[in-house]
Design a protein around this ligand. Structure first.
Ligand SMILES: [Mg+2]
Length: 174
């Protein structure tokens, strides 16, 4: 399907902790551009949790840079990033690619060695794919139960089921 070019993640995992430095290095990835809400922490966590901090540290120790690209507002993103001081973008208007390009420029990486990690097909994955970045989709930590969110998740479902079908097909191959 034509839309899969933009919406199909390269990889779908349960959570960020399955994205290991070894995995990223094996793919030549030197930087990760991270969504915050429901990818790293829930909407209710103003700060990174200890496991998130440990995961970010493990990336850093392996020479992998990170930046935050969020559609949430300035205060939320700045509070989250206060102790880390990473490159961080708020009101990013994802799926616009503008903030991703700015982050790559700052981190000194290009499409070939940058990955995006997020929980939403129509913001995170779409931004990544239109710029040619490696897109990793993780399962949302805790979804809001509003009608709008349920609607968004319903729209993602066909893409995700095609991803699972494709993955099973690949696994079956010798
Ligand atoms: Mg999110």
């Amino acid at each position: 399907m034509l839309t899969d070019k933009y919406f199909m993640p390269d990889l779908r995992l349960d959570d960020i902790y399955l994205v290991t430095p070894e995995f990223l290095k094996a793919r030549g990835i030197r930087a990760v551009l991270l969504d915050i809400d429901n990818t790293l922490v829930t909407y209710d966590d103003p700060k990174p949790t200890p496991p998130v901090l440990a995961w970010l540290d493990s990336l850093k120790e392996n020479g992998i840079s990170a930046a935050f690209i969020s559609n949430n507002h300035k205060e939320r993103v700045q509070t989250f990033n206060e102790e880390l001081g990473y490159f961080a973008s708020w009101d990013s208007k994802k799926p616009s690619g503008k903030c991703y390009l700015a982050a790559m420029e700052r981190l000194g990486t290009s499409a070939a060695d940058t990955a995006v990690i997020g929980d939403q097909v129509f913001t995170d994955v779409w931004s990544a794919k239109r710029l040619g970045l490696y897109a990793i989709l993780v399962k949302p930590i805790k979804d809001k139960t509003s009608l709008f969110f349920r609607f968004k998740r319903a729209l993602e479902r066909p893409v995700l089921s095609r991803y699972e079908k494709k993955r099973r097909g690949t696994e079956r191959r010798p």
